[in-house]
Ligand binder design. Sequence first.
Ligand code: AMP
Length: 284
Amino acid sequence: MLKIALPNKGRLSEEVRELFNDAGLEVKVRGERALTASLGGEFEAIFVRAQDIPEFVADGAAAAGVTGWDLVCESGRELEQLMDLEFGRCRLVVAAREESGIQKLEDIRDGVRVASSFTRLTAEFFEKRGQKVTVVPVSGATEIAPHLGIADIIVDLTSTGSTLKMNGLREVGTVVQSSARLIARKNQPPEDAAKLEELRQALSSVLAARGKRYLMANVPRRVLPGVREVLPGLNGPTVVDVQGGDFVAVHAVVPAKSIYRTIAALKSLGCEGILVTRIERLMP
Ligand code: AMP
């Protein structure tokens, strides 16, 4: 059994479970507060704090894990990134009080105090820029630090920027762009690496399918060239003869984002019986 460390709570936990479930690795938890769960077959989930996952994986307590890239960078541990899961997008940013007069990173003077729970990344960031700051470690509610007078600026996570704005803070620079990642220990034994590659492919096929739809339509034969332009598909649409008629059936994988436009275009070409379904997995 390979142990996979997953976030036990917080922003990433729900989406991670949903993704594993969709990939057929159903998270079977015994009770609300369970610390482990069967993932079916070859994997077992262990539920830990998102912050601890890089350490657990680097130390070999789990073969792989899912956590935020910000936390992987902050841990400073050498880990292999197997896959970007594309959710949990956020940025670790430098922010200053709106009335501070700090508009950009260059305005930050030596001696400034920076509150952050990402102390390593903060120190590294300013060191690389040759700016001498004092890092003030906090474990949460970083955005109030400038108002309490314990720091001049902060380094904190944001996705929409609304929490920063609500607290009268202005974003002045980005330290790290983050999203949820599947990570693994470096130099896995080959049999573990092979299993993790299967896991990566399973998760990846689910993510690939989420943005696509399977579309079928009955198309008058004479408008087929026009339909081919509307439906590029993966390798071009599949065209099937419908016996004894002027119609052919066309099947294609299309982007979910533009499905309304695709349907409108097909209708205007005279297509009928348009059917759109979700795809569970897509392995191009
Ligand atoms: P949490 O357990 O909720 O504190 O967050 C764990 C991880 O969720 C963070 O380390 C980030 O990788 C990610 N995350 C995604 N969006 C945000 C956001 N808007 N603010 C903070 N963390 C976020």
